[in-house]
Design a protein around this ligand. Structure first.
Ligand code: PLP
Length: 427
């Protein structure tokens, strides 16, 4: 009989909820074992039901960029909550948030707030199709854009075939419009446009991918997407739900100097509460209801409590030196882990971009999904569990990027590297 409260809670959870979790990756299926049930979080740490403390490198899968339970964010939420939880009518705070996003993200002139990244990408797709009058979309193997039907697709067998559903319940008829190409492969995109250029409504891409571990789009690849979309009248959508306000204040589009037509945002802009958004030029966004013919809506869109958390987070990340500090921490972690692995003779490397990082059990960082899948996942799983025992919580799957917060200072990073030295030596 186990006495671990995590085990007891997991058993109980599985009776009332499929797999015991409300989002699949939390279930530890990829790494095995019992998920930790979290009771509280503060700064770079959280604590599980057994009272064990972990250095958290997931940060709620991205939002916790200023650290967990930042006092200013908590205060803003408390104050907003006392004024009412939801009105279903517009507020001035929503205008302020929209203005702030338009000011910070180079390509956004108008933005619509929604409640999840899935809604943001799904709506951006609908807008792209509505604006172009075309049906076909292009996505890339290994990029995740939420769970809208058209996007739960993996590559077909041929280079330019349309995709296969990755989930039961997604009709073939939906995904027959979705072409799935290799990430960072310029030739594949050129070939797709050469054949279907007049039918492609949009290309959607994570410019810095965080859902096949961390893989950076090459400037040539992202530049070619821009060029081809412009040449063929297709809409370029940057899904910056994860990398937006994470790789830098202006997101990947500022980092690469490439302006997409539409941008999807989420995670950081909610500061831990449900806010996401999509935006672009005034001309495109004016096609959205109630002004235009593309329908989209949400009972809790622009929720006042969530907007208070998001807006306070957006202010905090604009403090001088914020992104320099974040990037320095992620780099210190990546370099420290790589050195520790080398010392122990383990094939491993790590990379970082802004406040995101990737851990790879391969000699060099991957450039696409197939290269990522070729990494040693069994070794990652052992590493993951041993680090967990040491009180370090990395994402429970080899396919996920990691995140640091502004509260991951040198002492926290160095404690992680010290733990990794012990773990690598035992692999
Ligand atoms: N797009 C990207 C790049 C993401 O990483 C995610 C979630 O991880 C989504 C979209 C979906 O966001 P949400 O989980 O808020 O629906």
């Amino acid at each position: 009989m186990t006495t671990s409260k995590n085990d007891i809670l997991f058993e109980r959870a599985q009776k009332s909820t499929p797999g015991g979790v409300n989002s699949p990756v939390r279930a530890f299926r990829s790494v095995g074992g019992t998920p930790r049930f979290i009771t509280r979080a503060e700064g770079p740490y959280f604590w599980d039901a057994d009272g064990k403390r972990y250095i958290d490198y997931i940060g709620s899968w991205g939002p916790a960029i200023v650290g967990h339970a930042h006092p200013q964010v908590v205060k803003a939420v408390q104050e907003a909550a006392t004024r009412g939880l939801s009105f279903g009518a517009p507020t001035e705070a929503e205008i302020e948030m929209a203005e702030e996003i338009c000011r910070l993200v180079p390509s956004i002139e108008q933005v619509r707030l929604v409640s999840s990244g899935t809604e943001a990408t799904m709506s951006a797709l609908r807008l792209a199709r509505g604006a172009t009058g075309r049906d076909k979309i292009v996505k890339f193997e290994g990029c995740y854009h939420g769970h809208a039907d058209s996007l739960l697709v993996k590559a077909g067998s041929g280079l330019l075939t349309f995709g296969n559903p990755t989930s039961a319940g997604v009709p073939e008829d939906f995904v027959k419009h979705t072409m799935v190409l290799d990430y960072n492969n310029v030739e594949a995109v050129r070939a797709a446009f050469a054949q279907y250029g007049q039918e492609i409504a949009c290309v959607i891409v994570e410019p810095v991918a965080g859902n096949m571990n961390l893989i950076k789009g090459t400037p040539e690849f992202l530049g070619a997407l821009r060029e081809l979309c412009t040449a063929h009248g297709a809409v370029l959508i940057f899904d910056e739900v994860m990398c937006g306000f994470r790789v830098g204040l202006g997101g990947a589009q500022e980092l690469y100097g490439i302006q997409p037509d539409l941008t999807a945002l989420g995670k950081v802009i909610g500061g831990g509460l449900p806010v996401a958004a999509f935006g672009g030029s005034q001309e495109l966004m004016s096609k959205m209801s109630p002004v235009g013919a593309v329908y989209q809506a949400g009972t809790l869109s622009g929720n006042p409590v969530a907007v208070a958390a998001g807006m306070t987070t957006l202010k905090l990340i604009q403090q001088p030196g914020f992104y320099e500090g974040l990037a320095r921490s992620a780099r210190r972690l990546a370099d420290g882990l790589t050195a520790a692995a080398q010392e122990a003779g383990v094939t491993f490397c790590a990379d970082a971009e802004g406040g995101m990082f990737g851990l790879y059990f391969s000699a060099t960082p991957p450039n696409n999904y197939a290269e990522m899948m070729a990494g040693d996942r069994d070794k990652f799983n052992v590493f993951f569990h041993k680090m967990l025992d040491e009180g370090v919580y990395f994402a429970p799957a080899a396919f996920e990027a990691g995140f640091v917060s502004a509260q991951h200072d040198d002492a926290v990073i160095d404690a992680t590297i010290a733990a990794a030295k012990t773990v690598f030596a035992s692999l």
